[in-house]
Design a binder for this molecule. Structure first.
Ligand code: GLN
Length: 498
């Protein structure tokens, strides 16, 4: 599919990997930077430079925004596969992201604000999925473990970018929110310049799209107008009061719609995609991975919701507290824990997979997914004990509980997320490469939304908290064991793709 220039390597990998590494690093820099500020900005009083929204409304906009940013990866993948190709899609996605951030930086009204968020969603959908697909395109015909290792490196780029709350967040909270958004937008522009200057290392990967047959185009148009129409009717009914929808219900409806979309998408590709039997098995495996991703992210993304509230309300933050007026260190410090752990352990995991691979003992992708989910389950067992301690002693607990929780979630993430990205690029039939990557992020969209909804429910009653964490531990544990049990058949369905 691609002729990647062979001269020169980067960390033992094709140099194009560096191009994509830094593009995605800057994209995540702007995404996580603006995300760290978003809720603070919306809920800050107008005379404090904010938008003066209630917590409830701000939270709902935040949850729907993060879900929509991941959801947009599905149409973003389709546009790349069928119209623009991945290379152009990444570029234009970056342009939209930068423009969206600049719109947020303008001292304009609410329309500009919402428009900015919408443009960022569309841009993220076009950039993130296609950048990941391009990584895979550099490794056509390479061994499975080398491709997995490449995605582990790429994941380091993601998480370097995700440290941006330290920069964008600090500027936003000290100088002014809009300055933070401006810096996020500038970061994306730097990423784009880098992408253009070093694009030659990608060879012709992702240049040519696979145009849609007229029937597929028609079906896609029908799906698009159908879902937009349904959305318009829903908004109309809600706004005239016929359908009394509150934000939580809206989030529930959105979640159900995304699950329906996933079923329709996989059903459509499997039934009408003109796939060979081997390709059908591959797509079925991607569907299983998609379900795992949704479950995993529903737990993991609670870092921003449930666990954030646990840090605020039940964690003793007196360490270095004297530096701060409140006597406690900031809650938001915990938001970079997962990225710091990824940066620490990604090289270790890349090394483990490669050295196991050399001995022919690299666990299959399904087994790694099972391990990832088990670790997620274990992390919530830790939280269950922490919540019980708070309940019984009536005191805040030490930060070590949250830190161990994040550690387990991150080692779980390293077993699941880079492996998922890598395997989707291996398994997806060429005509559906970027769209299949889009379904991976659809899993993340569902997970993000679920994490927000779970977070909204948990804070309310402390007495319930241990049992709620126990339920999450159970979900993680049971799904992990199911995946371990399925690892063998999944491996067989993956055929030569390992
Ligand atoms: N933190 C990773 C990223 O930003 C994974 C997020 C996700 O897929 N839910 O890419």
């Amino acid at each position: 599919m691609s002729a990647v220039p062979a001269n020169g390597t980067w960390l033992g990998h094709p140099r194009g990997l560096a191009t994509l590494f830094f593009t995605e690093m800057w994209e995540r820099f702007s995404y996580y930077g603006m995300r760290a500020l978003l809720l603070l900005y919306m809920t800050a009083a107008i005379n404090a430079g904010g938008l003066g929204m209630s917590d409830e409304k701000g939270g709902a906009v935040y949850g729907l925004f993060t879900a929509a940013a991941y959801l947009a990866n599905l149409p973003g993948g389709w546009v790349a596969d069928r119209v623009l190709g991945q290379r152009k899609s990444v570029f234009w996605g970056g342009v939209l992201i930068a423009a969206g951030n600049f719109a947020l930086a303008l001292p304009a009204g609410m329309t500009t604000f919402y428009l900015g968020l919408l443009v960022i969603c569309l841009g993220t959908g076009m950039l993130k999925t296609n950048c990941s697909t391009l990584v895979g395109a550099l490794y056509q015909g390479d061994s499975g473990s080398r491709r997995d290792a490449a995605f582990s490196i790429y994941y380091v780029g993601i998480n370097l970018g995700a440290l941006s709350p330290l920069v964008v967040g600090t500027i936003g909270e000290t100088v002014g929110y809009r300055w933070g958004f401006l810096v996020g937008g500038i970061g994306m522009v730097l990423g784009l310049i880098q992408y253009q200057l070093t694009g030659k290392w990608l060879g012709d990967a992702g240049v040519a799209p696979h145009p849609a047959a007229p029937r597929e185009r028609k079906r896609a148009q029908r799906l698009l107008t159908g879902s937009l129409g349904a959305l318009a009717v829903l908004v109309l009914l809600a706004s005239v009061g016929v359908l009394p929808l509150n934000v939580v219900q809206l989030a529930n409806v959105t979640g159900a719609a995304m699950i329906a979309l996933a079923i329709a998408f996989f059903g459509n590709v499997l039934l009408f995609g003109k796939l060979t039997t081997a390709e059908k098995k591959s797509v079925a495996v991607i569907a299983i991975f998609f379900v795992c991703a949704a479950v995993f992210w529903a737990g993991y993304e609670q870092a921003g919701s449930t666990l954030n509230l646990f840090a605020r309300d039940h964690t003793d933050r007196s360490f270095l507290g004297s530096w701060f007026a409140s006597g406690q260190h900031p809650v938001s410090w915990y938001q970079i824990a997962q990225s710091v752990f990824v940066l620490t352990f990604a090289p270790v995991f890349a090394w483990i997979w490669i050295s196991l691979g050399k001995r022919g003992r690299d666990p299959s992708a399904g087994a790694k997914f099972g391990l990832g989910l088990l670790q997620l389950g274990m992390s919530f067992l830790v939280m269950m004990v922490a919540a019980q301690t708070v309940l019984h002693t009536g005191h805040r607990v030490l930060p070590v509980w949250l830190i161990v929780t994040y550690l387990l979630q991150t080692t779980g993430e390293l077993c699941l997320s880079p492996i998922g990205l890598s395997n989707v690029t291996k398994l997806a039939p060429a005509r559906y490469g970027a769209q299949m990557m889009g379904t991976w992020f659809l899993g993340a969209a569902i997970g993000n939304l679920a994490a927000g909804l779970i977070g909204g429910e948990i804070g309310a009653d402390l007495a319930d908290m241990p049992a709620q964490f126990a339920r999450m531990a159970l979900v993680g544990g049971v799904s992990g064991f199911i995946m371990l049990a399925l690892a063998r058949p999944v491996r067989a369905w993956m055929g030569a793709t390992r």
